[in-house]
Design a protein around this ligand. Sequence first.
Ligand SMILES: NC(=O)c1ccc[n+]([C@@H]2O[C@H](COP(=O)([O-])OP(=O)(O)OC[C@H]3O[C@@H](n4cnc5c(N)ncnc54)[C@H](OP(=O)(O)O)[C@@H]3O)[C@@H](O)[C@H]2O)c1
Length: 324
Amino acid sequence: MPYAIRLHQNGGPEVLSWEAVDLPAPAPGEATVRHHAVGLNFIDVYHRTGLYPVTLPSGIGMEGAGVVEAVGEGVSELKVGDRVAYAGGPLGAYAEVRNIPAHRLLKLPDAISFETGAAMMLQGLTAAYLLRKTYRVQAGDAVLIQAAAGGVGLIACQWARALGATVIGTVGSPAKAELAKAHGCHHVINYSTENFAQRVREITNGEGVAVVYDGVGKDTFTGSLDSLRPMGMMVSFGNASGPVPPLDLIVLSQKGSLFVTRPTLMNYTAKREDLVALGSELFDVVVSGQVRIEVNQTYALKDAAQAHRDLEARKTTGSTILLP
Ligand SMILES: NC(=O)c1ccc[n+]([C@@H]2O[C@H](COP(=O)([O-])OP(=O)(O)OC[C@H]3O[C@@H](n4cnc5c(N)ncnc54)[C@H](OP(=O)(O)O)[C@@H]3O)[C@@H](O)[C@H]2O)c1
């Protein structure tokens, strides 16, 4: 029997349990994918802790890359042997092999390895919709990207720079500042030692940025609003430091007629055509070398608990993969 990480209760990393599991034949519309690499994402932590509720028992993990081993009835776009990658539900990527709806899979270009594929799909598709759809970055825009040395951060910073933006990134340590600078940031602010909203005003000559991409959440939300130009766009897309408390809308008027959105990748890729279009933009910037995918941590899949500990302790940079 194949092995997978299962979740029987919410809690700390210790609840991630490595177990033998059944693998039925793929149902109609499904494909069986043998993973060569699995991606680690902060959303996995929210599923484990219960911040994002999951019906238990459950698999965990939303991203992987591998080879199609079988297809169910009605699957016409894929065949056995295809190299594929995916990001999104249903949960269960922390597995040696799994069944998944075929419409969630994208064919992986030959130029992209399984390791890079597993590292880039969820964080890269997120950078794609944030920069190209939620607020479409224009050349000349000043943009602020929180947690710039993280998984989404390193990809988004490189991509925003390639689009012609002035990129300001925040990080939690001097080593991460170096990394962010080497991956697209024109300016880096260490928000553990500096008032980042004040520094953003200085960098932008008092004007503020057109958009903030904030995946940190609770600790940075107010400072992010204070970094925006009038009519600027606050994109709150994550809660690494905890969820953002309720917001009194009058604050948006007082701080400059601001816009706020709280997007998720699942809505932006729910339609197959949107997933394919975003995937193609992502593959283009990676294959052309405009965006480098940095796989800075690798763990055995069965050691996923340690990977979670390191991610939550802010010890990781760039992307992390788990190897079956
Ligand atoms: N809405 C969506 O569609 C979507 C999709 C993908 C990801 N996300 C969100 O985007 C964010 C980044 O995801 P990721 O997978 O790329 O993770 P990541 O950025 O690699 O890791 C999170 C980073 O957040 C920073 N951070 C600040 N305060 C923290 C705290 N109290 N605890 C832990 N980390 C803290 C840390 O960087 P420093 O040490 O530099 O501060 C840490 O490395 C997450 O919030 C995730 O949920 C949202």
